[in-house]
Structures are given as C-alpha cells and as structure tokens.
Design a binder for this molecule. Structure first.
Ligand code: NAD
Length: 478
C-alpha cells in the first residue's frame, strides 16, 4: 500500500479528482490517500503561498502527489503554487504526452503521438522581475547547465525506455545565443551519447508551426520551460482537447501528477468537466509507483470508453459520439469497462515500464574566468546618445573605455541611427584593451565617479571570458 498526497484543488478540481479516484480505486490501486487543502481558500485566508507549512510536510513525506488544478487569484502578490511546487521539490521534468484518438475524437491530425518534455524549474519562470526605470521592467531568463543536462538526458532516457525513435529540440538560439544557445549545445552533447535515437534541432518559431501543422513529423520534443508550457497546450488541443492531457512532474526525490489544464471555474459544480486529463496524470502516477498492472487496466478501459463514444461536452460530436456524459457518468462508464480493451485504438501494455533512473549531475571542472569589462545600465530621460556618451566618457579610467551604448539592446552610440526609438534605459559598455583583466576595484571606482557626476546607475553586469572566449552578447548592429 503506497500513501500518496491528494489535493482536490479549485473550480472543476474536486469533481474531476473524485471521478479519477473512483476509477483508480475500482481498478485496484494499492494506494492510501492523504488529503491536503491548497489553492484559492488558502490564498484568500491571507496565505500568499496558497499552501500551509504542514501541507509541505505531508507532500515531502509521501513523495508522490496527485494534484487537481487550482485557481491562482489575480494580482495581490499571489505566487503560482504550481510553479512553487515544481521548484521547491526539484521536479525538473514535465512530461506531457499528446496523442490523437482518431476517429473517436475529432482532430485535424489523425496521426499524432507527440510527447513534450518541458524543462520545469528555470528559464523565465525563475520569476525574477524588476522595474528598473520609469519605462522599463525586466525579467531574468536563467538557463543553467545542470538544468539543461537533466532535462535533455531525461528526454533521451524516456525515448529509450518507451522505444521512441527521435528526440527533437526546440530553441530560439539564433537570437538568444547564450541562454538558448547553451540548451542547444548541451542537446548536441547528450544526443551523441544515444546514437540509436535520431536527433534534430528546430528553431522554435518554425518548429511550432510545423508541429501545429504536421505533428506526425515529431516524436519526443524537449524544450525550455516557457516554450514547453505554451506548446504542450497547443499539442493537447490539436490532438483533441486540453481536457484530455495529463502530465507528470518528475524530480529525483518527489513527483507530482496532474492534468495540463486549469481549474475552468466557469464549468465548476455542473458535473460537466472531462476528468480524462487528471485520469491520465493518475495513470502516469500508477506507472511511476510500480503499479503498472493497475495503470494498464485503467488506460485500456479509458480507451474503450472513448471508443464507445461516451464523451463529455468538450469531445461530444454528433455522428461520432453515442452519449453525452457528465463527469460522474463518464467515470462510471470507465469503471464498467475495467478489464476490457479497446478494439481499434492500440491497447497499452505497461509491463516493462518503470521509473526512469537518472545519473547524478556531475559538475565540470571550473573554466578559466577573466573579467574583461562591465556594462553599466543607466536611467536617463534624455534622447541624444552622443550627449550621453559625452557625459559617460568623463568617468573613464586608465585603460577602461566606453566602447558602446545600447538602448533595449540596439547600438545607439557610436554611429547610431536617428530613426531608432529610445526609452529611458541605457546600457554603457566599458571594456579593456584585449588580453587584459579588469579589477573589481575599477568597477567600484566607475560607480563612485558615476554617482558623483549625477549618472543614475540602476545595475551593472560584468563581462567575462570563459576559457578565453567572450561570454556575453554583442550589441545589435555592433
Ligand atoms: P483552464 O484550462 O482552466 O480552462 C480553459 C477552458 O478550457 C475552460 O473554460 C474550458 O472550456 C476548457 N477546459 C479546461 N479543462 C477542461 C476539462 N477538464 N473539461 C472540459 N473542458 C475543459 O484555463 P484558464 O481559464 O486560463 O485558467 C483558470 C484558472 O486555472 C486560473 O486561475 C489559472 O491560474 C489556473 N490554472 C491552473 C493550472 C494548474 O493548477 N495546473 C494550470 C493552468 C491554469
């Protein structure tokens, strides 16, 4: 008997969780449920995290968490509990299978069997945002080598375990050469360790268009957090409905299973919602805890129910469906089909499935790191970059010179264009002659002089060379 944590969540959450639990218990799941309360009521009681301290203890003790969707109240400093849970518990891999159930579920893509593996802890979801000037706010996009290595290796291990032929990587590294560039580079390194699995990289924009148009061209797709969040909803929707897809959030200690959709408050309390997404999450959970016999029984009964044309409102189509079912009636139909198998859709066999075991991340030896310059970011309401350059040059130090000014990344000095629109956020790049190293004391001196001359420095970024290679972006147009 395995104890698992369950949260019924908000909106349609309690209905779809009751339906899901009724199905897996009827199938003989060897689980004991420990329920916690999270979400809207907890938020609105004044807890901006949406979860009580004791509930974390339950989640950490049981290690396996089945979670219904929750509502994050708008504004008011409420942080998304989904993102917090994934990051607190180190759930680095978000696995979202999106499969077409043609001809029983209407879709433009009858042949589609795509698994999106989304990095789950970092990227823009680090949630580090600041207002820096009157006109400019920033969000830090953090991509780490361990983050890339873990998710990409997980994608290849997943492909190997499930006999998948190809792993595709989506990034935008033609623009974000350092962050997405690292993700792509690590993909190439790790792909080389799995010669039996085909690999390819697509720039995300055309890759997304291709996936929406020709999903049968893809098998497993691995991508950074934000792209994976967006494209997994697209993939689920084009496969049939967001209400059909489940997801697992996997870490080395704990795992969380859920539907990919939200709490759909407009549908709450009406016995309308499709419980399939959460049920798919529960099937992944059963496989994860080694109860593959129960997982297989539930999945085959679910496929048979879909084949029988017993559909909730989101799937219901005249001519395809035979019965418009409510949440409860759909669950009862799945229970009645337990022990049966689909006739047309491929039946599943999970006998060989097991939790993927990943090697420990091993930190590489540090590179030779040299400080070779600094970007000072200024809040300045003027508009003439030459005038700003004149002022900033007065703080230059021996050997350290202003080499460039950019505004929102585009070079405006020297030789800027009068057409370029400028905000009040300016980056002034100071560099040394090549081959020399900057002392941190020089940066402090620059800041002191800037302060004395009335320049409003809002932040600095150090410019480094790692193993002799410049490790910062150039200005656009430089
Ligand atoms: P949503 O996914 O809740 O709903 C969008 C629409 O999709 C619904 O109006 C409904 O028409 C359809 N839909 C979703 N699930 C369905 C189901 N099971 N059966 C049938 N139809 C279904 O997205 P939203 O309206 O943008 O978000 C509502 C709330 O959910 C927000 O507070 C958001 O923060 C939260 N949310 C939570 C999670 C999570 O807990 N993992 C994920 C996404 C959004």
């Amino acid at each position: 008997m395995k104890k698992i944590t369950v949260a019924k969540g908000d909106g349609i959450g309690p209905e779809i969780m009751d339906a899901t639990l009724s199905v897996i218990m009827a199938a003989g799941a060897r689980i004991e449920v420990e329920e916690i309360e999270i979400g809207e009521n907890v938020y609105l009681s004044g807890n901006t995290a949406g979860i009580a301290r004791e509930s974390w203890d339950v989640i950490r003790r049981n290690k396996v968490f089945l979670k219904a969707p929750i509502t994050t109240p708008q504004g008011g400093g409420y942080k998304s509990l989904n993102v917090t849970t994934r990051k607190f518990l180190g759930l680095y891999a978000n696995v979202r299978p999106c499969i077409s159930l043609h001809p029983f579920v209407q879709t433009k893509h009858p042949i589609m069997d795509v698994v999106i593996i989304r990095e789950n802890e970092e990227d823009l979801y680090a949630g580090i945002e600041h207002q820096q000037t009157d006109e400019v706010v920033q969000c830090l996009k953090l991509i780490s080598r361990p983050g890339c290595e873990k998710i990409i290796r997980y994608a290849f291990e997943y492909a190997r375990q499930y006999g998948r032929k190809k792993v595709t990587c989506f990034t935008k590294d033609n623009i974000m050469k350092q962050t997405d560039g690292l993700f792509h580079k690590v993909f190439d390194e790790i792909a080389a360790e799995y010669p039996e699995i085909e690999n390819e990289h697509w720039i995300i924009d055309i890759g997304a268009a291709k996936m929406a148009d020709t999903p049968e061209a893809f098998d497993v797709i691995v991508m950074p957090n934000l792209y994976g969040d967006i494209l997994s909803d697209v993939a689920a929707q084009i496969a049939g409905s967001v209400g059909l897809a489940g997801s697992s959030n996997i870490g080395s200690e704990c795992a969380m299973f859920e539907a990919i959709h939200g709490s759909a408050p407009r549908r709450a309390g009406q016995n309308m919602a499709n419980p399939s997404g959460l049920l798919q999450g529960a099937v992944m959970m059963l496989t994860h805890i080694g109860q593959t016999d129960v997982a297989e029984k539930v999945q085959n009964a679910w496929l048979k129910t879909i084949e029988d044309g017993i559909h909730t409102y989101d799937l219901y189509k005249e001519g395809i469906s035979t019965q418009l079912a409510g949440t409860k009636e759909f669950a009862q139909a799945v229970i009645a089909n337990l022990g049966q198998q689909p006739a047309t859709l491929p039946k599943v066999n999970y006998a060989k499935d097991k939790a993927i075991v990943m090697p420990e991340y091993r930190r590489k030896a540090p590179a030779a790191k040299e400080l070779c310059g600094v970007d000072l970011f200024l809040h300045w309401t003027g508009s003439d970059a030459d005038e700003l350059a004149g002022r900033v040059k007065t703080i230059e130090q021996e050997g350290v010179h202003l080499t460039m000014i950019t505004n929102r990344g585009i070079k405006v000095w020297p030789e800027g264009f009068s057409e370029t629109f400028c905000t009040d956020h300016w980056r002034c790049r100071f560099k040394l002659a090549d081959g020399t190293t900057l002392a941190k004391a020089t940066i402090i001196k620059l800041l002191e002089l800037a302060e004395k001359s009335g320049l409003d420095v809002i932040k600095t970024e150090n410019l480094y060379r790692f193993d002799g290679k410049d490790a910062y972006s150039l200005g656009q147009g430089q």
